[in-house]
Design a protein around this ligand. Structure first.
Ligand SMILES: Nc1ncnc2c1ncn2[C@@H]1O[C@H](COP(=O)(O)OP(=O)(O)OP(=O)(O)O)[C@@H](O)[C@H]1O
Length: 252
């Protein structure tokens, strides 16, 4: 039976998760959990497995062993039906915006809620308009993605992820593909979502100021494990692990 989320029971749990690509062990008996409503940033050197963690939660990858649960439903190992239930609670925004180029902005957002959640087109459209307002694009409903800047496209992608009413929002280097002048607008939208909603966020970013602003917790990964975690003021100011000091020394 799924356990209802409350502030004491974790929303996301990784128990002894191992993931290999060929002979490379990317996640090594990894254990961590995230409580509902928390905003957690994953940091660590390139190749330390941060994106793989998000992709496992999206069921885009399969672990070699271990258990992953979301709100008491198993993602892995799980029967297909249970996995689908768990998967529905998760939305992701990718580095590349991945919008449907031939659909309008509005249709990009309403498509999945109608098809997957069974919302009526009117309900989906009303929700999409609220979300476009939230991301500052209420006047661009009829535009095609190619008519928007990269920052605007990424804001549509954020609205599209939220339209599925996920409990967890995964953000994978969402500003890395943007021109520098467009980064702030996207980060402002995410700051707003972090402060005005109760959504749980797992974020991979190289924007350390953003991580400092929105995170309740920063987890430092190295060699497939969490080597330290804590509030951003602790991790950024007084990291206790030598590898964290080295990493932050290179990126800050
Ligand atoms: N589909 C795949 N096939 C083979 N190797 C992969 C695959 N996906 C990831 N890897 C490897 O797994 C390791 C971890 O990759 P991952 O993208 O999770 O790291 P990361 O910490 O997010 O790195 P970065 O900060 O550079 O994005 C890397 O060595 C990568 O090359």
């Amino acid at each position: 039976m799924p356990v209802p989320a409350d502030s004491d029971s974790p929303l996301i749990t990784f128990d002894n998760v191992t993931k290999r690509f060929g002979s490379t062990t990317v996640l090594d008996d990894l254990c961590f959990s995230v409580r509902p409503g928390r905003h957690v940033t994953l940091i660590g050197p390139s190749g330390s497995g941060k994106t793989t963690i998000l992709r496992l939660l999206m069921t885009l990858e399969t672990p070699d062993s271990g258990t992953i649960q979301v709100n008491g439903d198993r993602l892995f190992p799980a029967a297909e039906r249970e996995r689908r239930e768990a998967r529905k609670k998760i939305g992701m925004v990718f580095q590349q915006f991945n919008l449907f180029p031939n659909m309008s902005v509005l249709r990009n957002i309403t498509e999945a809620p109608v098809r997957v959640l069974g919302l009526s087109p009117d309900e989906a459209e009303a929700r999409a308009k609220e979300l476009l307002d939230l991301v500052g694009l209420a006047d661009r409903t009829d535009a095609k993605p190619a008519q928007l800047s990269g920052g605007q496209q990424q804001r549509v992608a954020i609205a599209r992820a939220l339209a599925m009413r996920p409990q967890v929002l995964l953000l994978d280097e969402v500003t890395s593909a943007l021109d520098p002048e467009l980064v702030a607008g996207v980060l402002d939208v995410l700051r707003d979502i972090a402060t005005t909603t109760d959504i749980t966020m797992l974020c991979v970013t190289h924007e350390m100021n953003f991580a400092r602003d929105i995170s309740d917790e920063v987890m430092m990964f190295d060699s497939g494990k969490v080597i330290e975690s804590g509030p951003p003021e602790k991790i950024f100011a007084e990291p206790s692990h030598e590898r964290t000091r080295e990493f932050l020394g290179a990126v800050l």
